[in-house]
Ligand binder design. Structure first.
Ligand code: 5GP
Ligand code: MN
Length: 463
């Protein structure tokens, strides 16, 4: 059993000798304190600008360095690779990384060849969609399902609060969030409307939970936050009374699935590093395409297919709209979606809710709002999310620097502060987005836009 606060490391500084170190990390520590502990273990100064640390699991998966670094055991030490500005060491490390990647790719191709040759061709044979896809992607798409834990019930106080943006998303364990999500299906009337099976829903949600990674930001709690904020927006604006049941089902499933299996590195990284996702999706929204594909892989298995009971037409429509919603969360589409929605919002006679395309666009704007809505929440709920986002950003730019790839200034630990990150994002993204949506949905000002303005003031003062 791992001791909760210890992290066991093998230090690899590029020399032939490897050292073992143990460091103590607690969830209460600041990111900088944790980083200093890792740097000290590597015999480096954390203020050194020409040294980079990378933390790997034994299977080569890169881990975030911070208070949320998953704890391990002595038997399962992480490898802490240190690199300095010394070009010789960099080149050596780059070659060893590359060799590792080539071996991993070769193993995947071999396994894929094996599985293709094993696919049965007779009619009626159970077709396993996993067999045609590289195994590492698939293994992560469909985790083994544990037996279902007993379902909790919540007090009326909790379920009423759940409908509001002030809900405290930090006080719930993963399984409690699963049950709160299940409650949303029931409360929105989706269980009865579509005759959804309760056990299937809970297995689906457990499977979703297991298919989010433990990234600092893009994790299952973020998924819960997005679904909860969407649910809050539906209630405070009374949009739930205007939407058809299928549209509510689409929104809830899209929010739940929208960042599935996020690797913690954004689209720019997927493209610049020519990752497997970049290659599979030809650099076109690789992550969002992957999230949607993982979601529908879970929905393809009958024991987790909550859409099983839908008539074929409804299923087709739901799938089309869910894909559109998940793809709309790619911020590269932000300008285009804002432009299209602005035209609809400023239309003479008001937003055209009789036009199916306009209704679909509204759903996409609602999920976009929910996706980036942390600053709508009270400060004690929202602020840890900024730390987590920056932790993920910094880990990405560290890796990009180490791999000689381009890196964005907004991810660079030398340039970004919490205040600078939030002031720009709130002013140029959040306020224009929420103000535009408020032209179509009522009652956004007090519960949703005011808190964003307060957050802007807070971060301006901090700056
Ligand atoms: P995602 O779909 O990745 O969860 O959200 C879209 C992107 O919006 C995030 O990856 C991140 O780049 C950006 N974003 C969301 N919330 C915030 C925030 O509070 N501050 C900043 N600076 N960026 C954010
Ligand atoms: Mn997201």
């Amino acid at each position: 059993m791992a001791t909760p606060d210890l992290i066991y490391l093998t230090i690899d500084d590029g020399s032939s000798t490897k050292r073992e170190e143990t460091i103590r990390v607690s969830a209460e520590m600041q990111l900088e304190e944790v980083r200093s502990a890792f740097y000290a273990a590597a015999n480096l100064s954390s203020s050194s600008t020409n040294s980079v640390l990378k933390l790997y699991r034994k299977d080569g998966v890169l881990l975030p360095i911070g208070p949320n670094t998953p704890r391990n055991s002595k038997e399962d030490r992480y490898i802490l690779k240190s690199r300095t500005g010394n070009e010789g060491v960099d080149a050596l490390n780059a070659v060893s990384d590359l060799l590792g990647q080539i071996t991993a790719i070769k193993e995947k191709v071999d396994a894929m060849k094996r599985s293709i040759s094993e696919v049965p061709d007779g009619h009626g044979a159970k077709h396993n969609p996993d067999e045609l896809t590289p195994p590492n992607l698939l293994a992560r798409r469909r985790p083994t399902l544990p037996s279902l834990p007993p379902q909790r019930t919540f007090t009326r106080d909790v379920t009423e609060h759940l409908k509001h943006p002030t809900f405290d998303v930090w006080q719930w364990q993963d399984d409690e969030m699963v049950d709160l999500l299940a409650h949303m299906f029931t409360e929105l009337g989706l269980m009865t409307e579509f005759k959804l099976d309760e056990e299937t829903l809970r297995r689906f949600l457990q499977c979703v939970k297991g298919s989010y990674n433990t990234n600092p930001f893009h994790n299952f709690r973020h998924c819960f936050c997005v679904a909860q904020m969407m649910y809050g927006i539906l209630h405070v604006t009374n949009l739930h009374a205007q939407l058809q049941p299928l549209e509510k089902l689409v929104l809830l499933i899209s929010c739940i699935g929208h960042d599935l299996d996020h690797p913690g590195f954004n689209n720019a990284y997927q493209v610049n590093a020519s990752t497997e996702l970049g290659l599979i999706y030809n650099d076109i929204s690789p992550l969002e395409n992957h999230h949607a594909a993982v979601l529908f892989t879970i929905l393809k298995e009958s024991d987790t297919n909550i859409l099983r009971s839908l008539p074929a037409n409804d299923y087709r429509e739901a799938r089309k709209q869910i894909i559109a919603c998940v793809l709309a969360t790619d911020m590269a589409k932000h300008g285009e979606l804002m432009g299209r929605f602005k035209a609809g919002a400023e239309r003479e006679g008001g937003y055209d809710m009789t036009d199916p395309a306009a209704r679909s666009l509204l759903l996409q704007m609602v999920i976009k709002c929910a996706d980036i809505s942390n600053e709508v929440r009270p400060k004690h709920v929202s602020e840890p999310w900024v730390d987590n986002l920056l932790e993920e950003f910094f880990a990405q730019s560290d890796r990009e620097k180490a791999e000689g790839l381009p890196f964005a200034p907004f991810m660079d630990r030398q340039k970004v502060t919490k205040a600078s990150a939030q002031v720009g994002f709130i002013q140029f993204v959040l306020i224009p987005l929420f103000e535009l949506v408020a032209k179509v949905l009522p009652n956004m000002e007090e519960p949703i836009i005011q808190p964003i303005r307060s957050a802007l003031q807070y971060y301006k003062t901090l700056a």
